[in-house]
Design a protein around this ligand. Structure first.
Ligand code: SPV
Ligand code: MG
Length: 432
């Protein structure tokens, strides 16, 4: 019996896949390589169905003899193990992002006179179309809330961007770019207190109350499906925090981050230029524990944000607090810094990781924006938040347009900086 190999994500299966499997069956004993969650999440988008379930589905397709994981986009490692006589694939990978993968398959098969068999692409169906349809169906709070934990399990480093209304939520939800063999996108949204307050024309001092914060959140939830992390400021009173956690959980928010400050909260990026007070380890730990006790699901995460570096209390204090907060029940740690260089963040991440291998570690490279995601990940961070960049870029653009109209006493000169009317009225589908 000849050996046949084919690989797929099998996240969304359609008759095109069945057609390829049927052709493979005619050639011999069929082994299917299923891309692991890690590969799909890194190169394409977050998988809808988990690996074990996808494996089970494919094992039960007629003509499939066995299913194995393929843990790289590259077929070569599995080909070297299996030495198949044939590799079967649709003929739609000759150009585009899979071209290189295809060439490596052909080269490798030559080593044992194996052959690549390409099956005519099934017209009229594409995973991209089905993906789009899935997105339009939307999500539920139960599904969305779990996505952050799954994401942290499968991605070496997740990338979150701030959203402060429905429109910015849509940007974070939908923007994708192709680079080589991978598709890049943001993994989820950060609902920043700074951006939410500033967009409402208010200072970032916990003045925007929780009802108003939840209203912003709701606008974002309505038009997106990706996981959301809420900036919970200090969490307020322990008693209030317990209620807030449940409100967030009910809405399908995956996590809240609370910071260990007390008194009138000011934005961390002021650092020691203004008076800011750090909470005691005991108080803050009690707040975390209270929040954990109040949550209903296993999925929701409470993440403790440490302000020791911001307040110049030192690395040792930051590490001591991290361990205490985890002991109190925190599901993750966010470490903040307002230095221009990432050195103290790298030091914290490395020291923390030398003791704790598993707890998610979040960083916010606003002032040390030169640090690359890969460097932060290498030091031990699991999630990077771009905390304010959509608002910070929108405001100067709006101000310039307003200034230009005022200057010229007409709008003509400002047009070059504005999107065409046709584009804005059709930006959100369903308007006509
Ligand atoms: C926010 O985005 O509101 C934050 C992060 O809390 S920072 O502004 O850097 O404090
Ligand atoms: Mg904030």
């Amino acid at each position: 019996m000849k050996k046949v190999y084919l690989a797929m994500s099998a996240d969304i299966i359609h008759h095109g896949h069945i057609n390829v499997i049927n052709e493979a069956r005619k050639l011999g004993d069929v082994t299917i390589g299923i891309l692991t969650d890690e590969v799909i999440a890194t190169y394409k988008r977050f998988p809808v169905i988990e690996f074990e379930q996808r494996k089970q589905i494919v094992e039960n397709i007629k003509g499939v003899n066995r299913v194995i994981p393929q843990d790289t986009l590259d077929y070569v490692p599995n080909l070297l193990k299996l030495k198949p006589d044939y590799v079967v694939h649709g003929d739609d990978w000759k150009t585009g992002i899979q071209k290189e993968v295809r060439e490596k398959v052909i080269e490798t098969l030559k080593q044992w006179n194996g052959e690549l068999v390409e099956v005519a692409y099934t017209e009229g169906v594409s995973v991209r179309m089905l993906d789009q349809a899935l997105h339009e169906i939307g999500t539920t709070p139960e599904v969305r809330i779990k996505r952050l934990r799954r994401l942290l399990e499968v991605k070496p480093v997740a990338r979150f961007m701030e959203a402060h209304n429905g429109l910015t939520g849509l940007i974070v939800e939908k923007l994708t770019i192709s680079r080589g063999d991978r598709i890049k996108q943001f993994d989820g949204m950060w609902v920043s207190s700074l951006c939410d307050s500033t967009a409402k024309g208010k200072p970032d001092i916990e003045l925007v109350d929780s009802s108003s914060r939840l209203a912003t959140l709701n606008d974002i939830l309505e038009v997106t499906t990706k996981p959301i992390i809420m900036d919970g400021d200090t969490g307020g009173h322990e008693e209030h925090f317990a209620y807030f956690v449940r409100s967030l959980e009910r809405l399908g928010v995956s996590a809240v981050i609370i910071e260990d400050k007390i008194g009138l909260k000011k934005n961390s990026l002021f650092g020691t230029d203004i008076k800011q007070e750090q909470d005691s380890i005991e108080n803050f730990s009690a707040k975390i524990t209270r929040g954990k006790q109040s949550q209903v699901t296993e999925d929701f995460m409470i993440i403790a944000r440490i302000e020791s570096l911001i307040l110049k209390a030192g690395l040792e204090d930051a590490l001591k607090r991290a361990h205490a907060y985890i002991e109190a029940g925190a599901d993750g740690i966010m470490i903040h810094s307002k230095e221009q260089e990432p050195d103290e963040i790298f030091r914290f991440c490395r020291e923390f990781r030398s003791v704790n291998k598993d707890i998610p570690l979040i960083v916010v490279p606003t002032t040390y924006s030169g640090a690359r995601e890969s460097e932060l990940a290498e030091a031990g961070a699991n999630l990077v938040i771009y905390a304010n960049h959509l608002l910070r870029s929108a405001y100067p653009a709006m101000l310039e347009t307003a200034r230009c109209i005022l200057e010229n006493e007409r709008a003509y000169e400002s047009e070059k900086g504005c999107m065409p009317i046709k584009d804005i009225i059709t930006l959100i589908p369903g308007g006509c």
